[in-house]
Design a protein around this ligand. Sequence first.
Ligand code: URA
Length: 224
Amino acid sequence: MDPRKLLKDQLLDWKSWGVDSVPRTEPALPPSRPLALSPADLDSLRAQVAACTACPLARTRTQTVFCSGKPSPLMFVGEAPGADEDARGEVFVGRAGQLLTRILKDVGISRDQVYIANVLKCRPPDNRPPEPAEVAACAPVLKRQIELVNPKVLCALGKHAAFSLLGWEGSMKALRGTWRLLDGRWVTATYHPSYLLRTPGDTESVKDDLRGVLEKLSSLGSGL
Ligand code: URA
């Protein structure tokens, strides 16, 4: 296929996911094979991600971190693996993850009932925020992951997930608890658990948002 058309299709795909710029950077890694965007199942996608060298984080990760849980009508999307996740290969297993697990339990959701992924599949060094180029490189993976999990409802945890899913650049305060449709799925957002570790006063707001998520699922005729 014409490489210019491939590039254009790729950029249009990212644009539909809210990526509005891709910084020009010198390739820090030898060019990788472009990610094929249509592995047929989650295991194939996970295997493809494990071999990914599409951005410089491939150099510094211990391993890729794909998800936790099994396909579910409810999918959460966080930001990126931290040190604990990088070491263990599972999302949200560090302090923020333990808080998320407790909060989910408090509103009646067990972690094994939901699917949890991140915007980035590799840990940014020193837990710095994801760079736009890293988000852009990982966006096709997240998109395909969502298609294969096929949730009815998505909940973005924090601003990076809200940007990746919805292109939202405003405040989380304005976005949380509101709903938008994305490719036939309902999407909402709430504060990231790491923010709650610093700002525990907003924990009840997150619980309210999660109760809203359960109500949305039941209004769609779906439970967990
Ligand atoms: N923060 C995230 O966003 N994801 C994780 O997996 C861990 C911490």
